[in-house]
Design a protein around this ligand. Structure first.
Ligand SMILES: [Zn+2]
Ligand SMILES: [Zn+2]
Length: 154
């Protein structure tokens, strides 16, 4: 649970940092993605007019499989642009757990790539094109490329 002590906030701005276990995100692991790390957050909380302003970042690490070359890797996912405003807060305590969860979830990608430039696997022979070149790839991009395109249209 991530809560803000509003009474304390009336005296001074707050910096809140902490971690939540991965179960916090309520996400099911899949074959393509497993949550590995705790979710950590760093928030600066201040009173603006009669509302509460929360700004900061939240991050975690996911273990995933590249959508192109099926390499497994771990990626840090961070949302450092959290900015939420709660109007007219009257309760002594403000629970922002759900909102921080949401801020984390929207930052987790749907497709995972080990790198933007990943060449992936050859669709014909299955070789990892990041490591090796194969003959079928050369043929496709060689002088016969137009013939290959014509074949596709048929
Ligand atoms: Zn890859
Ligand atoms: Zn190939």
């Amino acid at each position: 649970m991530i809560k803000i002590d509003v009474l304390q906030l009336e005296r001074q701005e707050l910096d809140i940092a902490g971690t939540e276990s991965v179960t916090f995100l309520e996400m099911e692991d899949t074959e393509l993605m497993q949550l590995k790390d705790n979710v950590s957050y760093q928030l600066h909380v201040s009173l603006v007019n009669s509302g509460v302003l929360v700004a900061g970042s939240v991050k975690t690490a996911i273990h995933c499989v590249c959508g192109r070359c099926v390499k497994e890797f771990t990626q840090t996912v961070e949302n450092s642009s959290i900015c939420r405003y709660y109007e007219d807060v009257t309760a002594p305590e403000l629970d922002i757990t759900e909102d921080i969860r949401e801020e984390m979830l929207i930052s987790i990608p749907i497709n995972y790539l080990c790198s933007e430039n990943c060449k992936g696997l050859c669709p014909q022979c299955g070789i990892d094109l990041n490591k090796k070149k194969c003959k079928c790839h050369e043929e496709k991009t060689g002088s016969d490329v137009w013939t290959a395109l014509d074949d596709l249209k048929l």
